[in-house]
Ligand binder design. Structure first.
Ligand SMILES: [Zn+2]
Length: 381
């Protein structure tokens, strides 16, 4: 590995424990203890502050005049620290050009990127991204706040509701004075006050079919579906739009004490209708149960408790960042990622495949071959 201005990542402390050992990092999961009785690695680590690599070579040799140290010998020491994830390049040019407000995000990303990578890249990608956010309720309004902090280039927001008093317990974009106003209008103003770098496009639309949003899907890099009405049916509608538009979408829903997130990348993962087919094929009780639920008059009401919904919205927005930047692998591709609010745990449901020959939406199948799709319109109360 070649180095120019290597340094120990400034997010970690470097400290001596005793004459034999030193540590980098201070918490479980981000700490490594090095056995170093000769102090060679310790002295080297202290020299890694972003100065020129030639200076590092010279200074390390001066510290140990009795030891024969080739460049490669010293580089092996830096490689060892880099392998443990503690080294980054200084990259002073980029450091100056980045907006100060995103510096803490970059430090977070730096944990996952070694000296050969560009720790600024995830933030740069976010800053150039265009996102379509569907829904500004318990999920969407808090997702929007998180997005404002991340700073995408543009967010298009779609909702048709007005702010109501019952929203104020968990939708922290809105104020008492906003009651009765359109959520889109209030949200646009609130986000512009948080981050004026972001272009916000707001549309007051009730989504009733895929055509309603197709032109907006086309314009963005990723879609977030945080609308939950009509139950189930809306997911099918948005799924159709993102498959036609060939754009990834992170879907989310919350039911009482659990939330679910899944991400669809058209042509790569199975789509939502592939999931319907998958259940129809693999679960003998599914169709009966789904038909019975569709025929009941049950209408899901808002059961969103602020501290619980935050567990879900943070998972959603981190997943959006993973899909956009690959700073870590996405968690919710081809699977439903379930968050249990009661104990802050999560698990993945069994994966579902893409049914290219059988799916009417992302493949060559026919809609009327699958009974499950007949029941969706019944949710349109
Ligand atoms: Zn499909």
């Amino acid at each position: 590995m070649q180095y120019k201005n290597p340094r120990i990542k400034p997010i970690y402390p470097l400290y001596r424990i005793d004459s034999n050992t030193f540590r980098i990092g201070a918490q479980v999961g981000t700490t490594k203890e090095f056995n170093d009785p000769t102090h060679q690695l310790w002295e080297l680590a202290k020299l890694l502050n972003g100065q020129d690599i030639e200076k590092v070579f010279n200074k390390e040799r001066k510290k140990f005049p009795d030891v024969q140290m080739s460049d490669q010998y010293i580089l092996d020491g830096i490689d060892l620290l880099n392998k443990e994830g503690f080294i980054e390049e200084l990259l002073p040019q980029t450091e100056c050009s980045i907006n100060e407000r995103y510096a803490p995000n970059i430090k977070y990303f730096s944990h996952f990127i070694d000296a050969s990578g560009d720790r600024f890249k995830p933030q740069k990608i976010i800053n150039q991204s265009k996102i379509l956010l569907l829904g500004l309720g318990g999920g969407g309004s808090n997702i929007l706040t998180l997005l404002a902090g991340l700073g995408p280039q543009k967010i298009t927001i779609i909702d048709y509701d007005v702010v109501e008093e019952e929203n104020l317990g968990r939708q922290f974009l809105y104020r008492e004075d906003d009651i009765g106003k359109n959520k889109t209008e209030v949200a646009k103003k609130a986000i512009q006050a948080i981050n004026s770098n972001i272009e916000i496009e707001a549309h007051n639309i009730k989504i009733t079919n895929a055509h309603d949003i197709e032109s907006y899907v086309k314009e963005v890099d990723i879609v977030i579906c945080a609308v939950d009405e009509p139950q189930f049916l809306i997911t099918r509608i948005v799924n159709q739009a993102i498959v036609r538009g060939n754009k990834p979408c992170v879907f989310a829903g919350s039911q009482v004490s659990h939330g679910r997130v899944f991400t669809i990348i058209p042509g790569v993962t199975g789509c939502f209708d592939c999931l319907n087919i998958h259940y129809s094929i693999t679960d003998s009780g599914f169709l009966n149960q789904f038909r019975a639920l569709a025929k009941s008059d049950f209408q899901a009401s808002s059961i969103a408790y602020g501290p619980a919904i935050f567990q879900l919205t943070s998972t959603i927005v981190d997943e959006v960042v993973r899909v956009l930047t690959s700073y870590l692998n996405p968690l919710t591709l081809s699977t439903q990622f379930e968050v249990d609010y009661t104990n802050s745990t999560s698990f993945k449901h069994p994966a579902w495949p893409r049914y290219e020959e059988r799916c009417p939406t992302c493949g060559n199948g026919k809609e009327d071959e699958w009974d499950v799709f007949k029941y969706y319109p019944l949710f349109n109360h």
